[in-house]
Structure formats: C-alpha cells, structure tokens
Design a protein around this ligand. Structure first.
Ligand code: NDP
Length: 248
C-alpha cells in the first residue's frame, strides 16, 4: 500500500527531521507549517531528492476550517492518508502560573491540544474501516513535561501535553477495532529552536547535568521512534508511550 503521511508543524525541528526519515523510507509527505514558508519549501526540494512526492501546506492547525482545508488538499494532491504525526506545538515565555492570563492559556491549549483532536478526527474519517478506509497509524508528540510538570517554566505547556497523553490512551481504545493504531512519543530536552520561543535558547545547556545521559537529544533521535511506531514492526502496538528524554 502507498504510504502517505501528514506531519503537522514540520517546517523545522522534530517535524522536519521526521520528514527526512519518512522520505528515506518511501513515504509521500505533506509538510505543514504556520509561518515559515521558505524553510518548508527548501525542505520539499530536499525531500523530493529521495524520489518521493512532497507538498507543503500552510495551515494553522488550531483552526478547524484550516484543518479541514489541509486534509482536503491532501486528498486531492497526495491521495488517501495512511499516517498522521501530530507534532505542531508551541511554548510561550517562561512564567509561573500566578501570572498566566486566560489568553495565554487558551493559545497553548488551542495550538497544542485542539489541533491534535481536529487532525485525529479528520484522519479517522479517512482511515477507519467504519468509514470505508483501509486503516492507518497516528503518532502524537507529547513531552516529558507531561510527567514532570515544568514547574517555574511553563505548567500550561506541560498540562497541554498531559491532555495529549490522555487523548492517546482514550482514542487508541476507541479506534483499535477500526484498523487504526494510536501511539505517543514523549521527547524531552531536544535541541531545537522551541527553547528560544520559551525565552531561553540555551536551556538544555543549563539543565543537562540533571539529565541522566548528561546531554540533550537530537531531532533525528525522536524521528527514529516516530518512524518505528508508524511501521509494520509495531503492528500490535497501540496506546503505547515511548519516553525519549535521556533517562528522565
Ligand atoms: P519547533 O518550534 O522547532 O517547531 C515547531 C513547528 O510547529 C514549526 O514547524 C511550526 O511552524 C509549527 N507550528 C507551530 N504552531 C503551529 C500551528 N498553529 N499550525 C501549524 N504549525 C504550527 O518545535 P520542536 O520541533 O522542538 O517541537 C515539535 C514537537 O515536539 C512539539 O509538539 C513540542 O511540544 C514537542 N516537544 C519538543 C521538545 C524539545 O525539547 N524540543 C521536548 C518535548 C516535546 P512555523 O515555524 O511555520 O510556525
């Protein structure tokens, strides 16, 4: 069967590394981004060198209408989706809970949680045996933060990732008999630009002595876990979590 994957938020970081890994494995790909058109377009040129088909679609995945358009465009330009990697996520500058506004909290929740639900919904409509689909796989990117809580940094972000853990558990059971596996990767301390968005570009250097492996991780190390969960080698695995956080 032709393998067609959507990776949300794949103009850079873990999403872009996952795109490189999946392209090497022969997936046709949709790269999704919110702002960084140039990065996404450069990535498409690189991915197509593997001989696969890749398209870049700008869509804010926290918006229901943009998610609907994103999936329709994939139907038209790539064909029936077989894999979804829910990866788009944001951090806002470090702050304790006592200073958080409703606007900030809602921005985190709509980008990190509502978007995952919406993309799961649209993927299920295409993959589920119940809807005439041929099955598929979903991998949700959560975070070690869901276990650790991110005190003094961003408890709102950590709580959004807790919601993704629960989404994974509940949805995996709902669709287990419809040909869809739903799993989760919980990275921690990965060298990407997200930490600059949290207000501390050098965060991993500061905390690396508290990581058992004494180093941050690289995006390709997360991409490897994602691609394995998507693969047939993980055919009996659903509702599972891979913690990729150097031992924390
Ligand atoms: P980056 O900040 O490097 O990349 C985030 C990506 O998400 C970008 O491609 C960005 O696109 C996209 N994005 C953001 N908001 C939206 C939106 N509303 N709609 C569509 N795309 C959007 O992040 P990482 O690669 O570090 O993180 C990827 C995932 O991994 C996130 O879910 C994050 O929470 C999680 N994670 C990361 C860890 C780390 O240490 N790096 C640790 C644990 C979890 P654009 O640039 O175009 O706006």
């Amino acid at each position: 069967m032709e393998k067609i994957a959507l990776i949300t938020g794949s103009s850079r970081g873990i999403g872009a590394a996952t795109a490189r890994k999946l392209a090497a494995e022969g997936y046709n790909l949709c790269i999704n981004y919110k702002q960084r058109r140039e990065e996404a377009e450069h990535l498409i040129i690189e991915l197509e060198k593997s001989g696969i088909k890749a398209i870049a679609i700008k869509a804010d995945v926290s918006s229901e209408s943009e998610v609907m358009r994103l999936f329709q465009q994939i139907d038209e330009e790539l064909g029936m989706l077989t894999a979804l990697v829910n990866n788009a996520g944001i951090l806002l500058p470090q702050m304790t809970v006592e200073y958080m506004t409703a606007e900030r909290i809602n921005k985190i929740l709509s980008t990190n949680v509502t978007s995952y639900f919406l993309c799961c919904r649209e993927a299920i409509k295409r993959m589920s045996f119940k809807h005439g689909g041929k099955g598929g796989v979903i991998v949700n990117i959560s975070s070690a933060a869901s276990r650790l809580g991110s005190a003094g940094e961003y408890v709102d972000y950590a709580a959004s990732k807790g919601a993704i853990d629960t989404l994974t558990t509940g949805l995996s059971i709902e669709v287990a008999n419809e040909g869809i596996r739903v799993n989760c990767v919980r990275p921690g301390f990965i060298n990407t630009e997200i930490h600059a968005d949290g207000g501390e570009p050098d965060r991993i250097n500061r905390i690396k002595s508290h990581i058992p492996m004494q180093r941050g991780g690289e995006p390709f190390e997360i991409a490897a876990a994602i691609s394995w969960l998507l693969s047939e080698e993980a055919s009996y695995i659903t509702g599972a979590f891979i913690d990729a956080a150097g031992g924390r």
